[in-house]
Design a protein around this ligand. Structure first.
Ligand code: FUB
Length: 453
């Protein structure tokens, strides 16, 4: 009881942080992993894990380190709100507060309440060194808290990566990673098992974890990270019954091209479009235990199988022309001599820049494109780019295609420092268009963002 009051006080101070923005990764001011996304009353909520650099009192500097959970929400998958901390290791009665292992969570709605499920190491009993992992529940009246944790974890199970699925008839199911991938029916109170756990069989050899269970057109999809080769791919099984038996269907995302060993995901449908949330290590290229949540579109084949998803930098949604269009999160680029790098490799949350260059032997327009920019319905007057070029050059901004309408031609003077260059728009477009940026003259130009006013 004492603890519950304290928890409420902490949660009351969890302020609404400023909105985050579009493109991948979607959470741009903190590490985030294991995204569990759901649509509650038309708004998308993402419940990720929260990776942090290991503090002094946590000995394992080379491992996952996670002390709490935030929840993020958006009504357009572009502008995200951080609702702050909803559960932390210091305020759950059964959790080892020195564990730093609050791994992949999930949340779902039933009977007027939101149930947040999370795995964590239990408090060791006297004389015990490790007490094993429990899967706990915290309950709230809203999707963003305050969440009140139960006094004990769910009895009879241990493991990691809970996923809570509610079938159309209201029956809740818990999927998790314990001794293999598991699924069990839950009681209506969402706190107790209502069946023996069933192990998912038929998956080819290779480590599995992180299940996400969902239903589409009457078929159940039991999806999970699966190591086929060196790192985790995303794979799935299908069945006509949430408890199985399931048939292994193969991969729907390949292992990352970076060194990120893990992946972890969830699916949502919003306004008839399906989306896949997953993670990579975008802001931490040399340490894959500091990860970042991304989202991309998903399509299904006519037979219900999942069309493999190729991760993009651009992500999903429409970007407003009058925002800072982070064109380094490109949709497409010229085959040669375009690259992306951090603006400041010592502080990666500053984001990225696009670099376009030519060699003395090969001189051609280099280009980069960014899909789905909303230019609105009133003509825009000024184009601005934040740019850096020692020797200077010329940049063209075009709509729709490499030979589409020229929105602006910007002369970039040579300068050792970054600067914003603005010029009047030569031709204005209305509505949503793809944006092209071409370096038509110059040897080396770096671009941070583009904006129209
Ligand atoms: O985030 C810690 C663990 O890494 C998760 O629980 C796994 O699914 C993997 O992503």
């Amino acid at each position: 009881m004492q603890f519950k009051k304290l928890s409420l006080i902490v949660l009351a101070f969890a302020a609404f942080a400023p909105a985050l923005s579009a493109q991948n990764p979607i959470i741009k001011d903190a590490f985030s992993a294991d995204p569990s996304a759901h649509v509650f009353e038309g708004r998308v909520y993402v419940y990720p894990s929260h990776d942090i650099p290991a503090p002094a009192d946590y000995a394992r500097k080379d491992w996952f380190c996670m002390a709490d959970y935030h929840v993020y929400s958006s009504d357009n998958l572009v502008d995200w709100v951080d609702h702050g901390v909803i559960v932390d290791q210091d305020h759950v009665p059964w959790v080892n507060a020195a564990g730093y292992s609050m791994w992949a969570p999930d949340c779902n709605y039933k009977n007027g309440k939101y149930y947040f499920y999370f795995p964590a190491p239990q408090k060791p009993q006297p004389g015990q060194r490790f007490a094993g992992n429990g899967i706990g529940v915290a309950i709230s009246d809203t999707p963003y808290g305050p969440f009140i944790p139960e006094e004990t974890p769910i009895q009879g199970i241990g493991g990691i990566d809970p996923c809570i699925f509610i079938d159309d008839d209201g029956t809740p199911y818990l999927a998790w990673s314990g001794r293999g991938l598991q699924v069990a029916r839950l009681k209506d109170n969402m706190l107790e098992l209502d069946s023996e756990p069933v192990t998912i069989t038929g998956i080819p050899r290779g480590q599995t974890e992180g299940p996400f269970l969902f239903k589409r057109n009457g078929k159940y999809y039991y999806t999970f990270p699966w190591v086929e080769d060196a790192r985790e791919t995303l794979a799935y099984c299908m069945s006509d019954n949430p408890m199985g038996p399931y048939t292994f269907m193969g991969k729907f995302m390949e292992q990352s091209e970076t060194i990120c060993w893990t992946n972890h995901h969830s699916f949502i449908e919003l306004d008839g479009q399906w989306y896949l949330f997953y993670h990579h290590n975008d802001y931490s290229p040399y340490f894959d235990k500091n990860r970042s949540v991304c989202v991309d579109y998903v399509e299904f084949n006519a037979d219900g199988t999942i069309v493999p998803v190729v991760p993009t930098l651009r992500g999903v949604g429409v970007t407003k022309a009058n925002s800072l269009i982070q064109i380094d999160r490109y949709s497409d680029k010229s085959e040669k001599y375009v690259a992306v790098d951090f603006l400041n490799s010592d502080f990666t949350f500053d984001g990225w820049k696009a670099i376009l260059w030519n060699t003395t032997q090969e001189r051609e327009p280099r280009w980069i494109s960014y899909d789905r920019v909303d230019f609105g319905q009133t003509p825009l007057n000024t184009a601005t780019i934040r740019v850096h070029s020692l020797a200077g050059g010329t940049v063209e901004l075009r709509a729709d295609a490499l030979d589409g309408p020229v929105l602006a031609t910007i002369q970039v003077p040579g300068s050792p420092v970054w600067a914003e260059r603005s010029i009047p728009v030569t031709e204005s477009v209305k509505g949503v268009h793809n944006l092209y940026l071409l370096m038509t003259n110059g040897n080396h130009i770096e671009v941070d963002w583009v904006n129209f006013k």
